[in-house]
Write a protein that binds this ligand. Sequence first.
Ligand SMILES: Cc1cc2nc3c(=O)[nH]c(=O)nc-3n(C[C@H](O)[C@H](O)[C@H](O)COP(=O)(O)OP(=O)(O)OC[C@H]3O[C@@H](n4cnc5c(N)ncnc54)[C@H](O)[C@@H]3O)c2cc1C
Length: 403
Amino acid sequence: MIHYDTIIIGGGPAGMMAAVSSAFFGQKTLLLEKNKRLGKKLAGTGGGRCNVTNSGSLDDILDSIPGNGRFLYSVFSQFDNQDIIRFFEDNHVKLKEEDHGRMFPVTDKSQTIITCLADKISELGGHVQTNCEVVSVKKAAGLFHIKTNTGKKMVCQKLIVTTGGKSYPSTGSTGFGYEIARHFNLKITDLEAAESPLLTDFPHKHLQGISLTDIKLSYQRHSITHDLLFTHFGLSGPAALRMSSFIKGGETLLLDFLPQMEPAELSGFFEDHRHKTVKNTLKILLPERLADFLAQPFPQKIKQLSPKHIQELIHTIKQFPIKTTAKMSLAKSFVTKGGVSLKEINPKTLESKKTAGLYFAGEVLDINAHTGGFNITAALCTGWVAGSQTPVCTDTDQSLANE
Ligand SMILES: Cc1cc2nc3c(=O)[nH]c(=O)nc-3n(C[C@H](O)[C@H](O)[C@H](O)COP(=O)(O)OP(=O)(O)OC[C@H]3O[C@@H](n4cnc5c(N)ncnc54)[C@H](O)[C@@H]3O)c2cc1C
């Protein structure tokens, strides 16, 4: 049986960074991943370009982690988004900043990030086994005993669980980490969909594929200014995903297509274009297909509209109602809300308070963030911190069989 100082289960961003840091701190390290390749979910972020982090300030980052962001103060004091940027630059991966502080590799390819992490693990002497699913974990005489689907057995002093949440299970995140946690008597908080696309009873066909920059989406006291995408089922894009935290489905949202223009300013704009049709005037401000759609009830020229009609037109642009019918299921949402209860985890080290040597990092924890690089930042930073802790010897004796 091969003995490692540290074994990490799950080769997403949290697991890869945990392997880098563990190997960097001189531990004999093994990363196990059940997929053929590392980072399958990471590869799909940012439209396949990998939204690897966000350049925002610490406050911006914490505000963008609505699910227990404050737990990460200590983690970010050890390794934060600036360290992520420095890490990639030191390892010859140039990053670029896009809208809303989102950071991407200049190659626009997720594989650049994944290859960099994988190369770093091996440069530091760490080992990786892909196509290798962990099926059971037990702890006996101070060591974790790991069994894989291929029948391989290995032991380690320190085990880091980075198996992700339960969303997009086709990427490998099927919730095995929760079973490990339960086995070691850790509590799992309720799992829910977060950052979910919204289903609406809106005439999608007309607007499908239109993406809008910095619109305002409101529901009661919640108001989000960000980008929005009309899809074949309803709404996606950051504004819809963020709004999903505040609704259950069935609510009517109000969409302001032009939040940067006050009603009086819009009214003046229409007056300046009074000889044009409504459609041609709206085309100056909005994508053509959207302008066509919004102008349907107003086929006239602006100068032919009564003051009441002008007010109706402005109301349509500033407070367009969209009825939601549901949120996407957890499996089709971007992030899992809930996970290993943070009450059970030491915030400085990410070690279980109940089982020495057992660590958790990434989305398996009860932490959820907005898309835009914030989940990946949390995964990479918690991964680094969990990997950097020195293994300890204990004699707790527990076992988990998942066969
Ligand atoms: C389509 C999509 C787009 C997204 N876009 C963004 C974005 O723009 N910005 C952002 O911040 N976040 C985004 N996210 C969320 C982000 O990708 C995740 O939060 C992040 O990948 C979590 O990292 P992780 O390492 O904790 O888990 P994961 O990336 O899920 O990795 C877990 C790994 O563990 C492996 N594993 C599980 N069980 C076992 C086992 N028993 N044995 C061996 N291996 C196992 C899995 O195969 C998987 O590779 C997006 C998610 C999706 C689905």
